[in-house]
Write a protein that binds this ligand. Structure first.
Ligand code: UT7
Length: 322
């Protein structure tokens, strides 16, 4: 059976680390509030010369190196971002040109914090249908450019970065096939005013700033994530106890704890990077995945669940064997 097998991961962060204390010099906040309410201690903020596409390219190059492949063998690039370099062309084409795999399919996906999961779902469908053979799926963001730096309720929560994976279409059968086993995606536009950007080409003509009703988003996130994770488990016939690692979207340590608790999953199985990266939207899942693969926690054969929820609302989960 044809499956999308993960053969390499990579990530990239801006040069500049910004700890909570530095933000407390600019807005009315403090390290204690941020750390206690969110688990965040640090984030990375892009300088002017660091863009979504430059971070995405750096992450992609590392994933390609880890996979031990030539960039020219990639025939599909899916870049999930809510902060593209320009309104158009797709930032995926800028990455494509930098990598030198011109001519292949390349496009962006807009599903905000769930963008990487949407990217995985779309790439997996295309690989299994034969539309492509080797995919680069990237989540990359420069949310610092759309933050209202006078709004303490949001500006302390986000950071910039990129993560990438290479997926290869391979024939995998047997009892424990490698690759993506199931993906479930959802969206509900009834809630799009709880987390949005107040600008855009077709409305204000400006880029706008992020606005969020955090408490409401939090409430929906825990419920939606637990539901979609159970849907994926039902589709695969596996049990929550079979999962070796949960790699969640890194929005808030309290959401990670609450979701794990709701599923009856021990906290030691949850990969946490929100303390160092803050919320990097579409980049957060591949950044966390790469961190745990690079440091040796996630090993070949492990069963890994990815999940995310954010603006739209859009949410999803994907189960894969490494
Ligand atoms: O990635 C997309 C998905 N996004 C999320 O999942 C975010 C989900 N939401 C959250 O993570 C949390 O709701 C937040 C971290 C955003 C906020 O935590 P909270 O416990 O829900 O706090 P709150 O918004 O209810 O605010 C509590 C208090 C308020 O003061 P009063 O009204 O109680 O006097 C805020 O003004 O905390 C105040 N506050 C702050 N204080 C110091 C808000 N932001 C700050 C701040 N520093 N940065």
């Amino acid at each position: 059976m044809l499956r999308s097998v993960l053969i390499g991961t990579g990530s990239a962060l801006p040069r500049r680390a910004v700890p909570n204390a530095e933000l407390a010099e600019k807005v009315d906040t403090n390290d204690e509030w941020i750390a206690e309410r969110t688990g965040i201690r640090n984030r990375y903020i892009a300088d002017d010369d660091e863009t979504t596409s430059s971070l995405a390219t750096a992450a992609a190059l590392k994933a390609i190196e880890a996979a031990g492949i030539e960039a020219a063998t990639i025939d599909l690039i899916v870049l999930a971002t809510a902060t593209p370099d320009q309104t158009f062309p797709a930032s995926a084409t800028i990455v494509q040109n930098a990598l030198g795999c011109n001519g292949c399919i390349a496009f962006d996906i807009s599903a905000v914090c769930s963008g990487f999961l949407y990217g995985i779902g779309v790439a997996d469908s295309m690989l299994r249908s034969g539309a492509a053979k080797r995919a680069l799926v990237i989540g990359a963001e420069t949310f610092s450019r759309i933050l209202d730096w006078e709004d303490r309720a949001t500006c302390v929560l986000f950071g910039d970065g990129a993560g990438a994976v290479v997926l290869d279409a391979r024939d995998e059968s047997g009892d424990a096939p490698r690759g993506i086993l199931a993906t479930r995606l959802h969206a509900d536009g009834a809630h799009n005013q709880l987390l949005y950007v107040d600008g855009g080409p077709s409305t204000t003509g400006t880029v706008g700033h992020l606005r969020m009703k955090g408490r409401e988003v939090f409430r929906h996130a825990v419920v939606n994530l637990a539901t979609v994770l159970n849907e994926v488990m039902a589709e695969t016939g596996l049990e929550i106890s079979d999962i070796d690692w949960l790699v969640p979207h890194q929005a808030n340590a309290r959401i990670l704890d609450a979701t794990a608790k709701k599923l009856g999953m021990p906290a030691e199985k949850v990969i946490v990077t929100v303390d160092q990266h803050a919320n990097t939207s579409a980049a957060s899942v591949p950044l966390a995945l790469d961190a745990a693969i690079t440091d040796g926690r996630i090993k070949p054969g492990d069963l890994v669940m990815l999940e995310a929820m954010g603006g739209g609302f859009a949410w999803g989960a994907s189960l894969l064997r490494i």
